[in-house]
Design a protein around this ligand. Structure first.
Ligand SMILES: Cc1ncc(COP(=O)(O)O)c(C=O)c1O
Length: 466
């Protein structure tokens, strides 16, 4: 116990969780022989479970809790707004915080991304972006343009449209047929660059970036430029374990998009709001998207909110008399969520959260790099406060684990053990097996050391089990 008592209703919570709660992306049978972890409190970078045990929040919930937990100021902002105006939709109406937040987010966004369409989360923002791309081209005399490109292993959400854009076959199978017209291009995982794409020794990042970007042009040509509407890319791709863009990648993608009149959608549901030390990842990597999708860190998770930010050019046809974007969500731009987002961004500025990330990212990376002396740690990659640690069976050949080994090692041991040792994070095998680390943006060297120590203990032990 780290200072808290067992929850007085512990047994009831366990029973009710088993009998009634349908957890997301969860193998329910795995709780047949052990309790459901119930998290009851958060403070700063830490979480506490219903038995009173403390955990470092190594994943910011789900890449969400940028400012950490327990911020009184954000709770006050929510309560104030609930008293003032609990609900009003933004369907032909405004309310002050939706208006002011739109103005503020447009101010942070690069170039002429001046129009903010609020949603309740990331998948809806992705869905909205695809619908906007189709609708825009219908309104501008290119009605055939409707197809979307996205990268292999990339995750873009679970609604039918966003799932169709997602590049993870195992997440899609059970729900097919999905929305037609989406196509995959390679991701930027240089650790596993196809032979010959990253120079003679496989380490030429620029050559690899050029190759990966050019595959977008190839896919556009294959599908027919008149039919392709958009390409969806994360600044740093999460699924698969943090693939940063090679130098020049996004610049080449921008050229290709301009050449073929294909919209570049920067899916920043994870990367925006400080995760990479900037308000937007596009800013970090110096490219100009046509649309940004974002969510998560916009409120640091104190209320649900997402947004699609579109350029002036994309808004223009919708300002003509009689035209509209026939799309929206009851809770998009919710008064409480937008009030919380404003207060969240006030703290970002006051505490200079982005500068803190940039000042500390090298130390964080260096701390995680220490793990490379463990036999099964193949690669540590990422940027800002966003890292993936790839586990391999053989470091010299980069041989990965079989499905059965993955099951035994990743889910059977690493996942459970990290949590048992007091680190909440995620072991993931949507691509090759990785441990994902993305702590709150307030963390410092003491937290980095704590993360490294728990990972070392568990991964050292895991190395002996293969
Ligand atoms: C890049 C990306 N896009 C979209 C989504 C979907 O967001 P949500 O779960 O809020 O619908 C996610 C979720 O993690 C994401 O990482």
């Amino acid at each position: 116990m780290n200072g808290m008592d067992r929850h007085p209703d512990y047994d009831h919570l366990q029973r009710a969780a088993r009998d009634h709660l349908w957890m997301h992306f969860t193998r329910h049978a795995s709780f047949d022989d052990h309790d459901v972890p119930v998290i009851v409190k958060g403070e700063g970078a830490y979480l506490w479970d219903a038995e009173g045990k403390r955990y470092l929040d190594g994943l910011s919930g789900l890449f969400v809790s940028q400012l950490g937990h327990g911020r009184e100021e954000l709770a006050e902002a929510a309560a104030r707004q609930m008293r003032e105006l609990a609900f009003m939709p933004i369907w032909s109406y405004g309310h002050p915080n939706a208006i002011l937040l739109a103005e503020r987010v447009a101010g942070y966004a690069p170039g002429d991304l001046n129009r903010v369409f609020f949603t309740t989360g990331g998948g809806e923002a992705v869905e909205s972006a695809w619908k906007l791309a189709k609708n825009y081209f219908k309104y501008t005399d290119k009605p055939l343009k409707h197809k979307v490109l996205s990268r292999t292993i990339a995750y873009h959400g679970t609604t039918h449209g966003a799932l169709s854009i997602t590049g993870l076959p195992t997440l899609k199978q059970q729900f097919e047929p999905l929305v037609p017209s989406t196509f995959r291009v390679p991701n930027t995982n240089i650790y596993r660059a196809p032979h010959g794409t990253a120079g003679p020794d496989g380490t030429d990042a620029e050559a690899f970036g050029r190759w990966a970007a050019d595959q977008i042009a190839v896919a556009i040509e294959d599908e027919g430029p008149d039919t392709v509407a958009a390409v969806f890319l994360e600044p740093v791709q999460n699924a698969g374990g943090c693939f940063p863009p090679p130098p020049g990648y996004f610049q080449r993608v921008r050229e290709i998009c301009d050449e073929y009149d294909v919209l570049l959608v920067s899916d920043e549901v994870i990367c925006a709001f400080g995760r990479l030390g900037h308000m937007f990842g596009a800013e970090r990597y110096g490219y100009q998207p046509d649309i940004i999708t974002c969510a998560k860190g916009l409120t640091s998770g104190y209320a649900p909110l997402g947004a699609m930010i579109a350029s002036d050019r994309l808004m223009e046809p919708f300002q003509r008399a009689g035209e509209w974007f026939a799309h929206g969500y009851t809770f998009g731009g919710h008064p409480v969520s937008t009030a919380v987002a404003m207060a969240n961004l006030d703290i970002f500025e006051r505490e200079q959260i982005n500068a803190h990330v940039l000042d500390n990212e090298a130390a964080f990376k260096a701390t995680l790099d220490r793990l490379l002396d463990i036999p099964i740690v193949g690669d540590v990659r990422g940027a800002g406060f966003f890292y993936g640690i790839e586990l391999v069976k053989d470091k010299s050949t980069k041989e990965t684990f079989t499905d059965a080994e993955c099951e035994r090692l990743l889910y059977g041991f690493v996942s459970k053990q990290l949590f048992a040792e007091g680190l909440y994070c995620r072991a993931d095998d949507r691509g090759d097996p990785v441990v994902q680390i993305a702590p709150p943006l307030i963390c410092d060297q003491s937290h980095f050391d704590e993360i490294e120590q728990v990972l070392r203990t568990v991964l050292d032990k895991a190395s002996t089990l293969i």
